[in-house]
Design a protein around this ligand. Structure first.
Ligand code: HPA
Length: 260
């Protein structure tokens, strides 16, 4: 194996709500795998997207039935790492807090705040040789973010190029007061699956970026309550943009070097 082959390569896609299967993926193999942390949410789906090798994993299972607080994030990241993934895109449905982040808007966040609790959030536990504290100053891989943003531009999709992602516990949506607090904290979008996924990806040395699709205004941002019908309508409207960005970015993502 040449040094180039060992440093760049397989792209993983973790599909969230509305992306249980990846349109356009020419499937070559589906593998049931397990890891030292247990089984991932679904079998790994290997295939080719626009001529590039990809492995796809449905974060909530296929069919979609694992709620955000019960996803085995460690098994998902470990399974993708074991499969040889170097660069990973997490697709997340989110609520919009910032005025530029209304329903069906694509956002590539650059920061996060973790409000989740009780989730297994590290690989560094049990019998350890040393205590490890990874740097997590910048939770998303900038090079991967830029590839996604360039792909969006190429597809003439006006993706928002910033955003602080608030990761909440769920599965219930937030109160209006909780969203007001998140806004005071500096959060721009809110979802339930961004953590500990991003931290585990960093611990695993993956280039990780989040491709978020806003599916509702967050609680209290309009006079209306949040309905599943509204969420489904935004998913139907925005998912074509998400899949177009994935397709247009896949070659660039596959050329990124391993983080470590
Ligand atoms: N809050 C948290 N998670 C979400 C939301 C929301 O409003 N919409 C989609 N996922």
């Amino acid at each position: 194996m040449t040094s180039t082959q060992s440093q760049t390569g397989l792209v993983g896609i973790l599909g969230g709500t509305g992306l249980t299967e990846l349109p356009g993926l020419a499937i070559t193999a589906t593998k049931e795998v397990t890891t030292v942390w247990g089984a991932p949410s679904a079998p790994l789906v290997f295939g080719v997207l626009d001529g590039v090798a990809v492995v796809f994993l449905a974060r909530h299972g296929n069919p979609h039935c694992i709620p955000p607080h019960q996803v085995n994030y460690r098994a998902n990241i470990q399974a993708l790492k074991d499969a040889g993934v170097i660069t990973l895109v997490g697709v997340n449905a989110v609520g919009g807090i910032h005025k530029a982040m209304g329903p069906a808007q694509v956002v590539i966040p650059d920061q996060l705040i973790d409000y989740t609790w009780g989730r297994a959030g590290t690989f560094f536990e049990g019998e350890l040789d040393a205590v490890t504290h990874i740097d997590f100053s910048f939770p998303y891989a900038e090079a991967a973010r830029q590839v996604l943003l360039e792909a969006a531009g190429q597809e003439q999709i006006a993706a928002v190029d910033f955003g602080v992602y608030a990761a909440t516990q769920g599965p219930r949506l937030e109160t209006a007061a909780e969203i007001a607090r998140l806004e005071r904290d500096g959060c721009h979008l809110v979802g339930m699956t961004g953590m500990p996924e991003a931290a585990l990806a960093a611990e695993a040395g993956l280039n990780y970026a989040c491709l978020a699709l806003v599916v509702n205004w967050a609680a209290g941002k309009t006079d209306c309550i949040i309905t599943m019908a509204e969420i489904e309508a935004a998913l139907a409207e925005g998912m074509a943009d998400v899949t177009a960005i994935l397709k247009a970015s896949i070659a660039g993502l596959s050329r990124l070097k391993a983080a470590h």
